[in-house]
Design a protein around this ligand. Structure first.
Ligand code: ATP
Length: 520
């Protein structure tokens, strides 16, 4: 092993360090650290990182035990002829494929503003956290489209193939649908904040315009506009700021883009609609958020709307802010999410509702529903002899007027549960805590129903009508964007569901990849 370039592992956060072997025995190796190296990038600015960096500074020598490395040997570094790190656009071409090799390749490309790397047919994206306009230019799209969709399958491959890109995935799905007519699916997976939602939006816009003639793509058709406008709307109601992502999707989304059957004689296929299925909305977020996080964006958007608009939704909302609602709170009010204020986002939400055909009255009802959910949180309870009673009568009266019911039966419903035994019904008083839990459950369910109503409304505005039985079927490209794996200070039932779902998808992916390798 002497004088080869390797990686040694150091305690996190400095996970892997590139080094040169100076001497070795069967059980240990003495190495000199090479620096700088992308795989030894500092992950945070804590004191422990600084100490580690000092310990593993370039030129320092370390003797490591080989026992903890697979096959008792240090992972070899991918090196070019001149000794520098070998960085390739496709991981599969790397001579040594292991964790530090993959990390070094991905981080070197990321540092060079190349966030996409191929791994065979799969595209790996490392979130650039800054808009790289050249990466999504019309020229990039045209090159990928030509290569994957428009070039004849029998044409020789281009001398310099386009670099790895998510557009290659969308173009390939489009080409396969066009050529075979078989439905396609693109699975976007990664940890929370990895960039899945942004990737899906980029894929969607690309898929929407591949089939259009170049001149037409600058003028969006009403169908495409509706399909793309459904994204900010779903984000307003289904996304929130978490400790990992300012615009985290708190639900899973499977969007089916529908394409018209190809015209006789081939050509292209055109986007004619979309249909979205939503899964597992994080209901617990309705009744408050952890420190530093927010409840759903739409709450803040509505509270940031012009006073006359707020008054038009609910007279009492005028002049109120987050701090006036127990579920919302003052924290997070005025946050700038993705460079835009909540007031600006509210305008976008209203415009998107408009595009999707939600009229003024339905919009008012929807926003009144949001007020109702918020107002639920202001109804507090006090313990009384035989159970609990509402201790905020004014808040109860407001809630009753929003719901359009009298206050007395509403109080009864919130402070009692009904037990049915055979043909008899009993009203059992609830303790103060149980009444609070029931109130929150009511608000969460109401929000979920508003959300599902919105999804159904979006679908009815965007779905293409099914062609008659005798006619060719619509082609579908499905895009799955589920919330990524997450681990917070306090993990709830939702985290269990989210992480379980991610594990299952990962398992499916692994099984499918192994199956395809076995078949080849
Ligand atoms: N291609 C990109 N270019 C520039 N910035 C990006 C890109 N992808 C993601 N981002 C940035 O990263 C943030 C997080 O991305 P995104 O919301 O897509 O993550 P996610 O994987 O969907 O997270 P979650 O699972 O929490 O919903 C975005 O708000 C955006 O600021």
């Amino acid at each position: 092993m002497s004088s080869s370039s390797v990686y040694i592992s150091a305690p996190p956060p400095l996970v892997w360090v590139a080094a040169t072997v100076v001497s070795s025995t069967p059980s240990s190796a003495t190495v000199t650290v090479i620096s700088p190296h992308p795989a030894s990038t500092v992950l945070d600015d804590s004191d422990s990182t600084a100490t580690l960096l000092q310990t593993y500074a370039a030129g320092t020598t370390h003797t490591v035990s080989l026992a903890s490395y697979p096959n008792s040997s240090l992972p070899l570094r991918n090196s070019s002829d001149d000794g520098s790190l070998l960085v390739l656009p496709d991981l599969i071409s790397l001579p040594h494929l292991h964790e530090p090799g993959i990390l070094a390749n991905l981080s070197s490309r990321h540092a060079a503003s190349q966030p996409y790397t191929a791994c065979g047919d799969i595209v790996l994206a490392v979130n650039p956290y800054q808009w790289l306009p050249d990466l999504y230019s019309a020229d990039v799209k045209a090159a990928v489209n030509h290569e994957r969709v428009f070039a004849s399958p029998s044409a020789p491959p281009p001398a310099t193939p386009s670099p790895p890109h998510i557009y290659a995935t969308s173009a390939q799905a489009y080409a396969d649908l066009l050529r075979s007519g078989a439905h396609q699916s693109i699975l976007v997976s990664g940890e929370s904040g990895a960039g899945k939602t942004e990737t899906v939006k980029l894929l969607m816009s690309h898929l929407a315009e591949i089939g259009l003639p170049p001149a037409a793509s600058s003028e969006m058709s009403p169908v495409v506009r509706r399909v793309l406008d459904s994204n900010p709307l779903l984000e307003a109601f289904g996304n929130a700021k978490t400790s990992r992502n300012d615009n985290s999707s708190r639900f899973g989304k499977y969007t089916q883009l529908q394409f018209a059957p190809p015209a006789p004689g081939g050509g292209t296929i055109e986007l004619v609609g979309s249909k979205c299925e939503a899964y597992l909305l994080e209901k617990s977020r309705v009744a408050g958020a952890a420190e530093g996080e927010r409840v759903y964006h739409v709450f803040y958007q509505l509270l940031a709307a012009p006073e006359e608009v707020k008054g038009g939704v609910w007279e009492e909302l005028k002049g109120l802010s987050g701090g006036d609602f127990a579920y919302v709170g003052e924290e997070g009010v005025g946050a700038i999410i993705e460079g835009e204020t909540d007031a600006a986002k509210f305008e976008r939400t209203v415009a998107a509702l408009d595009t999707l055909g939600v009229g003024e009255e339905a919009r008012r009802d929807l926003l009144r529903g949001i007020c109702t959910v918020m107002q639920f949180g202001n109804v507090s309870f006090a313990a009384v002899d035989d159970g609990s009673a509402v201790s905020a009568p004014a808040a109860l009266a407001s809630l009753a007027s929003l719901l359009g019911v009298p206050a007395a039966p509403l109080e009864k419903a919130l402070t009692h549960r009904t037990v049915v035994a055979r043909s008899d019904k009993y009203e059992v008083p609830l303790t103060m805590d149980a009444a609070g839990e029931g109130r929150d459950a009511f608000a969460k369910e109401l929000y979920q129903r508003l959300f599902l109503w919105l999804v159904a409304t979006i679908n009815s505005a965007t779905s293409a009508p099914e062609p008659p039985r005798s006619a060719p079927k619509l082609g579908v490209i499905g895009l799955l964007d589920i919330f990524g794996f997450e681990s917070f200070k306090t993990n709830r039932f939702e985290q269990l569901c989210i992480n379980w779902c991610n594990e299952k998808l990962q398992q499916k992916f692994t099984v499918d990849v192994f199956r395809s390798v076995v078949q080849e």
